[in-house]
Design a protein around this ligand. Structure first.
Ligand code: ZN
Length: 134
């Protein structure tokens, strides 16, 4: 498996608009737009930082994973995403190594990326996302 870089940090927020106050107005990061991934019930807002991004995650439905996360833990870092060269190879390798996966196969995330989550129980409590962009 080849990890290329940290692709983005996923940060759960109550509202992307509110989040902009800190990330954009105060820190001066550019807001590169938002996208709703209906299937995952989330709206993402992107703030590029060098070769990586801060990705704000706002729930797009009351029963979505981000709504549940906010209920339990409140706003904050929800996941770390690593960009890999080939996500199918990476998942196969992790399966071989006995790593518990949330997604056995990649699904399509924001920006058309192929993404898959590893189970936090297998990573020391961190929700890790793998992503491959073409
Ligand atoms: Zn992500």
């Amino acid at each position: 498996m080849k990890i290329l870089k940290i692709d983005h940090l996923g940060i759960a927020v109550n509202s992307i608009d509110e989040g902009k106050t800190f990330w954009s107005d105060i820190l001066g990061l550019d807001f590169a737009g938002s996208e709703t991934v209906t299937e995952q019930k989330v709206t993402t807002g992107f703030f590029p930082v060098g070769a990586s991004e801060v990705e704000l995650l706002e729930s797009a439905a009351p029963d979505g994973p981000i709504a549940k996360y906010l209920e339990k833990k409140g706003p904050g870092i929800q996941h770390v995403a690593f960009r890999v060269e080939n996500i199918e190879d990476a998942l196969a390798e992790l399966k071989d190594k006995g790593v518990k996966l949330i997604d056995q196969k990649p699904r399509i995330g924001a920006g058309g990326a192929k993404i898959a989550f590893l189970h936090p129980k297998a990573t020391g409590g961190v929700l890790v996302e793998l992503c491959e962009r073409s």
